[in-house]
Write a protein that binds this ligand. Structure first.
Ligand code: NAD
Length: 434
């Protein structure tokens, strides 16, 4: 099938490459010329395990092309996916201007009927509005069937998630569109759940809000564990053995971040408010997360007193391992807070240093390795559980830091190992090792 994908970010590029991998003829369109130039040369503009190899394979096979030119991109496409960003507005609501712009560009360029598949995360009712919006901008007398197809991939395992996802959600009131989407997605061999457009849109927000709730819940439990002497890891394990609860998303830490959970939870609160529903529970989830992101700096300040002039190593800047994405990463908030306390911050991330440079204050020093970052440091904060960080030998902290004081926001190490390495080790929801 001939498919165009608009927007080549974490969702669009992975979608386009994966659709090519299962045999479709795919053209990816992006207005960012630099990105397009890179992708044409077989270079992925984002870090995502397995993506670049798959991209190159499909370019070579002649199934995948890239362009900034809409008329070339949508020419003779039967299906057009939209995967542009829907960031948050200042009031927390979803910003739909990129979506409108992209849909308008498609509508004004097509000369054939298409199925328009919206992958971007959008508030309930948006796709219905898109139906009218696209009609208004059509230049030719063609038919456009709008389908909601929210995306559930996770950065860091996006390729795997696309091929091994739990479900594909399709929201449409058209039988023809539902059949077409089944045909497009059949080779993925993933269960397809069909529903109406509004429910599909809500499934996405409700899923993210529920996962965020699990995280804030276990973080609250971890804070109580710290005060009562219980160990949150054992608690989470014991809870997760109950199949009604499940063992995922019960890892206590310094809160959720990234380009989805923070904005989608706020957008759902806003959406609920629009229909005069006060989403009290989700508001608390957000509040707990904001508190949790500040927790490590508070602990460091309590332990060290003033942070002024202290050399603090920050390990991990991406919002989670295996991605270069630093948008709304807890690490960004932590570094900003440390610098506002006049600490001297030396930060290290295996992949995300470059992206973080764009968001962090100029006084942040970037290290080339964990050892570079911790050398002579007064304290180290572990913020992302990259494999490289988890596997870093604990005795190096002991040997290389001024004093081996660790605040581990991701519970990377077993308490016993910290004891053996003679560290002063503070983690989340577990007893302090001293
Ligand atoms: P992104 O910011 O990484 O990428 C968006 C891309 O769209 C950019 O390359 C940008 O240049 C391009 N773009 C913007 N306007 C355009 C236009 N008019 N025409 C063509 N290209 C245009 O975004 P993302 O993280 O991939 O997210 C996309 C959507 O998917 C959002 O709604 C997001 O909420 C949702 N989503 C994201 C994830 C995730 O993990 N990132 C997961 C599920 C759903």
């Amino acid at each position: 099938m001939k498919i165009a994908v608009v927007g080549t970010g974490y969702v669009g590029l992975v979608t386009g490459v994966s659709l090519a991998e299962i045999g479709h003829q795919v053209t990816c369109i992006d207005i960012d010329h630099e990105k397009v130039k890179k992708m044409k040369a077989g270079i992925s503009p984002i870090y995502e395990p397995g993506l670049e190899e798959m991209m190159q394979r499909n370019i070579e096979a002649g199934r995948l092309t890239f362009t900034s030119n809409y008329s070339r991109g949508v020419k003779s496409a039967e299906v057009v996916y939209i995967a542009v960003g829907t960031p948050q507005n200042e009031d927390g609501s979803a910003n739909l201007t990129y979506l409108e712009e992209a849909v308008k560009s498609v509508a004004t360029q097509i000369t054939q009927s298409i199925f328009l598949v919206i992958k971007s995360t959008v508030p309930v009712g948006t796709n219905n509005y898109m139906k009218q919006y696209v009609k208004k901008h059509l230049k030719e007398d063609v038919k456009v069937e709008v389908v909601s197809n929210p995306e559930f991939l996770r950065e860091g395992s996006a390729v795997r998630d696309t091929f091994e996802g739990d479900r594909i959600v399709i929201g449409t009131d058209s039988k023809k569109a539902a059949e077409l989407m089944e045909e497009v997605n059949r080779p993925f061999n993933i269960p397809i759940y069909k529903t109406d457009m509004r429910s599909a849109e809500m499934i996405k927000y409700a899923s993210n809000a529920f996962l965020a709730t699990k995280i804030s819940f276990i973080n609250e439990i971890s804070n109580i564990c710290e005060k009562t002497g219980a160990n949150v890891e054992d608690v989470a394990k014991g809870m997760g053995m109950d199949q009604r609860i499940g063992n995922q998303f019960l890892q206590a830490g310094i809160g959720y971040g990234g380009s989805c959970f923070p904005k989608d939870t706020k957008a759902l609160v806003q959406l609920a408010g629009n229909v005069e529903h006060n989403f009290e529970l989700l508001k608390s989830v957000i509040k707990v997360n904001n508190y949790q992101q500040k927790l490590l700096v508070e602990k460091a300040m309590k332990r060290l007193g003033s942070l002024k002039g202290k050399k603090i190593a920050v390990l991990g800047l991406s919002f989670k391992p295996n991605t270069d994405d630093v948008r709304e990463s807890a690490s960004i908030h932590v570094v900003n807070e440390l610098i506002s306390q006049d600490a001297s911050v030396v930060a290290y991330d295996p992949i995300a240093n470059e992206n973080a440079k764009e968001l962090l204050p100029p006084s942040t020093i970037f290290a080339e390795s964990i050892s570079d970052a911790i050398i002579n440091a007064d304290c180290a904060l572990i913020l992302t559980d990259w494999k490289e960080i988890i596997k870093f030998p604990l005795q190096h902290y002991q040997e290389e830091m001024s004093y081996p004081l660790i605040f581990d926001g991701r519970n990377c190490y077993a308490l016993e190992s910290a004891k053996v390495a003679e560290l002063e080790y503070h983690s989340i929801g577990r007893p302090i090792i001293n």
